[in-house]
Ligand binder design. Structure first.
Ligand code: ZN
Length: 351
């Protein structure tokens, strides 16, 4: 048996540390020892019981993980014991789906993700199919590598699903981990970026500032429409990384005619406003979900070259036993990202 952070029912706060059976592997899998696993905004939603996606119970949480291969299955080629790796979240896919054949296995309705449909990584050892492994260079720490997944979400939203030209003005709504990382990636892409949040988001906004991102508390109208050198029509692009549907209305108000909005934040509420401005302004509205193999390789390359340094995003590292402190601290908005280290002795937090 091994300790794991388990979400055991749909009721709010139904998460606890439980002993679960040891992982066993099949011929195409590796036994993955988790060195670091990030807490995702989605883990917090499952903890507070207000997620808008389906979860199987009981479920070991965790899908942002880095570590070491401890055993390889009989048919696995190209990987060996001791390799430093990260894993994609796509635990089960349908290899015969036309989407999979296009490389879009992440969008196939048959896909099952770690920590929501398949037992996740907030534990010591996990079974991972070799097809979703990526190599982590020695000089990238496990803590950094555990942020690959949210970086891939941001890269897909900002780079693959949006068009940014150097100098474009871009507003990101919502300073959760995905919002902050979208702002950081958009800076890499040459945009002028502002990240907007509420008063309680100040600590997270201040972390984004370290990346040269401008920050806004409350109304973003003046940055979008009245800043010196702008023409009053609004920004080229808006990324909605909030978890509330009404943010789309703000995005429609602040985007310029012929601009674009990319929505990466989920929100269960129906929209109760007119989408006519979308038509009148000739605006492109794009959803963005998940990521696939080439995006993972690219994020690791950006981390390896030093172009993407996620260290300031990591607000603290806790042992698995202290998962509750990690979740609470991240939920309070004091930090952007909490990381759990299952191999760490139960002691205080290190930052
Ligand atoms: Zn995540």
């Amino acid at each position: 048996m091994q300790p794991a952070v388990v979400n055991f029912s749909a009721k709010p706060r139904s998460v606890e540390l439980r002993d679960v059976p040891d992982a066993t592997i099949g011929e195409d899998d590796v036994l993955f020892e988790v060195a670091a696993v990030g807490v995702c905004g989605s883990d917090l939603h499952m903890w507070t019981g207000d997620q808008s996606w389906k979860v199987e119970y009981p479920m070991v949480l965790g899908h942002e993980f880095a570590g070491v291969i401890r055993q390889v299955g009989k048919r696995v080629r190209g990987w060996k014991e001791g390799d430093r790796v990260v894993s994609e979240t796509h635990a089960v896919i349908n290899p015969d789906s036309p989407l999979t054949r296009q490389g879009l296995y992440n969008l196939d309705p048959g896909r099952k993700g770690f920590g929501a449909a398949i037992s996740g990584a907030m534990t010591r050892r996990v079974c991972v199919p070799a097809r979703i492994l990526h190599r982590v260079p020695d000089h990238v720490s496990f803590e950094q590598a555990s942020l690959t997944e949210p970086c891939c979400v941001a890269y897909n939203a900002v780079v693959m699903n949006s068009v940014i030209r150097p100098g474009d003005r871009l507003l990101v709504l919502g300073p959760g981990p995905i919002g902050v990382l979208c702002a950081v990636i958009a800076k890499l892409n040459g945009a002028q970026v502002a990240l907007a949040g509420l008063e309680r988001d100040l600590p997270r906004l201040n972390i984004a500032k370290q990346y040269g991102v401008e920050t806004i508390v409350g109304d973003a109208t003046s940055w979008c429409k009245h800043a010196p050198g702008t023409d009053g029509f609004g920004v080229e692009g808006v990324i909605d990384a909030t978890g509330v549907s009404i943010a789309l209305k703000t995005a429609l108000d602040l985007v310029r005619p012929n601009g674009w909005i990319t929505k990466v934040g989920w929100g269960p509420q129906p929209v109760n406003f007119s989408l006519d401005p979308l038509v009148q302004k000739n605006v492109r509205l794009q959803g963005s979900f998940s990521h696939n193999w080439p995006i993972w390789e690219r994020i690791i390359a950006l981390m390896a070259s030093g172009q993407l340094d996620v260290t300031p995003i990591i607000g603290g590292v806790w042992p698995l036993e202290k998962w509750h402190d990690a979740f609470e601290t991240m939920h309070s908005g004091k930090i952007v990202k909490a990381v759990l280290k299952p191999g760490m002795e139960a002691a205080g937090v290190t930052i």
